[in-house]
Design a protein around this ligand. Structure first.
Ligand code: AGP
Length: 366
């Protein structure tokens, strides 16, 4: 196997830093600037079939499920089609009602996750339409689906998924663009998304260049035993993925909450020993998210804000900043500092980053 660590101390760090290149590979030959769409031939649906899709459902496990939530938001925003994500493990057990007009998207880095494979098989038994968004070519889920989109992320060795999550999100943006452009997404809007996707590798490289600052912030908060990750709408799947990364490699207890849900219970947990990482994309909800930070700090909770805008001075205890892109793509960039944050916090605690306890890279059993 010629996939080597090189100068990196572990695979997670190598794979985080490969993201600009991985995204370039995912985009290669797929963006169409002229018609403001994406070419995803493997999906196997002509414009007529694409137009017959009435709903999109993403199915995956763990980070692939959270990426699916990010994808569902993109489909709703760009294609104005109802979309959601569900853990593949739940789907397979709840005797799902399968609607032939729904496009199901099975999401998996390894292509071998048993719960996701079983969801695909259940769908096929019931005559559902399913495509795979998979990294490993020739894997069980890729073969079972027979059509879909390959991530082209390259090998991912670290148990904690980084570049595969990012490439899933990028592939979902292209799928949303494709579905949008056979509906009501304008050429002008589509072109803005195409241009922003094209520039994304450089923007991700800019986030990776802030690693030292993220490491300093992670060090400041490395004594915490619990953390909240707070986001809403576009920030919500990012918060879930950020909490997941921190849990799995640092063993720090992390919980993701939608900002507005805090006051319905979890706010009771806020005190000076409970830091919150709050996602603040500069979109129409920015003032609501600033309000959430004020609520947390008024109760003594430290806040790390992750944003792409200039926040009022002194609003948060620490601020991690990412560059701007099109607002629909903000979640993709906002995820990267959370990967770095989890990584450096875990490194500081001396964890075995690539092989966290109790976990396997791909879960091929029940
Ligand atoms: C990600 O960091 C996790 N290790 C895990 O949640 C993973 O995403 C999940 O097990 C799904 O794996 P897959 O993408 O290979 O199907």
């Amino acid at each position: 196997d010629d996939y080597q660590l090189g100068d990196h101390p572990d695979f997670m760090r190598k794979e985080m830093h490969e993201q600009p290149e991985a995204v370039r590979r995912a985009l290669m030959g797929r963006l169409d600037e002229r018609f403001a769409t994406a070419h995803l031939g493997g999906v196997g649906l002509d414009p007529h079939a694409l137009r017959s899709v009435r709903r999109v459902k993403f199915l995956g496990c763990g980070s692939a499920y959270y990426a699916g939530q990010l994808g569902a938001n993109l489909v709703e925003e760009l294609a104005r089609l109802p979309a959601d994500a569900e853990p593949a493990s739940e789907f397979r057990y709840r005797n799902p009602v399968v609607d032939p007009d729904t496009l199901h998207v099975a999401v998996s880095q390894s292509g071998e996750t048993l719960d996701t494979l079983a969801a695909v098989q259940e769908l096929q038994r019931k005559g559902g339409r399913v495509i795979g968004v998979v990294n490993v070519v020739g894997s069980a889920i890729a073969r079972e689906c027979g059509s879909g989109v390959f991530l082209h992320a390259g090998p991912e060795v670290s148990v904690a998924s980084t570049k595969a999550f990012t490439n899933m999100s990028v592939c979902f943006a292209m799928l949303a663009l494709l579905l949008g452009r056979v509906r009501d997404l304008s050429v002008a809007h589509g072109r803005r998304i195409v241009a922003a996707l094209d520039a994304l590798p450089d923007r991700i490289a800019e986030v990776l260049a802030t690693e030292d600052e993220v490491a300093r912030v992670a060090a400041r908060f490395s004594a915490a035993e619990h953390m909240f990750f707070i986001g809403r709408v576009r920030g919500w799947p990012v918060a879930r993925e950020g909490a997941q990364k921190l849990k799995e490699i640092s063993y720090v207890h992390a919980e993701a909450y939608q900002a507005a849900e805090l006051k319905h219970g979890p706010l009771a947990l806020i005190d000076e020993r409970m830091p919150s990482v709050v996602l603040v994309p500069d979109d129409e909800l920015v003032s609501k998210n600033i309000g959430a930070i004020e609520q947390i700090r008024a109760r003594g909770g430290p806040v790390i804000a992750v944003t792409n805008t200039k926040l009022p001075d002194g609003l948060a205890d620490a601020v991690l900043t990412v560059p701007r892109t099109e607002p629909e793509l903000d979640p993709i960039l906002l995820t990267v500092p959370l990967q770095l944050f989890a990584y450096h916090l875990a490194a500081r605690l001396g964890r075995d980053i690539d092989k966290p306890r109790n976990l396997a890279k791909s879960v091929t059993v029940e």
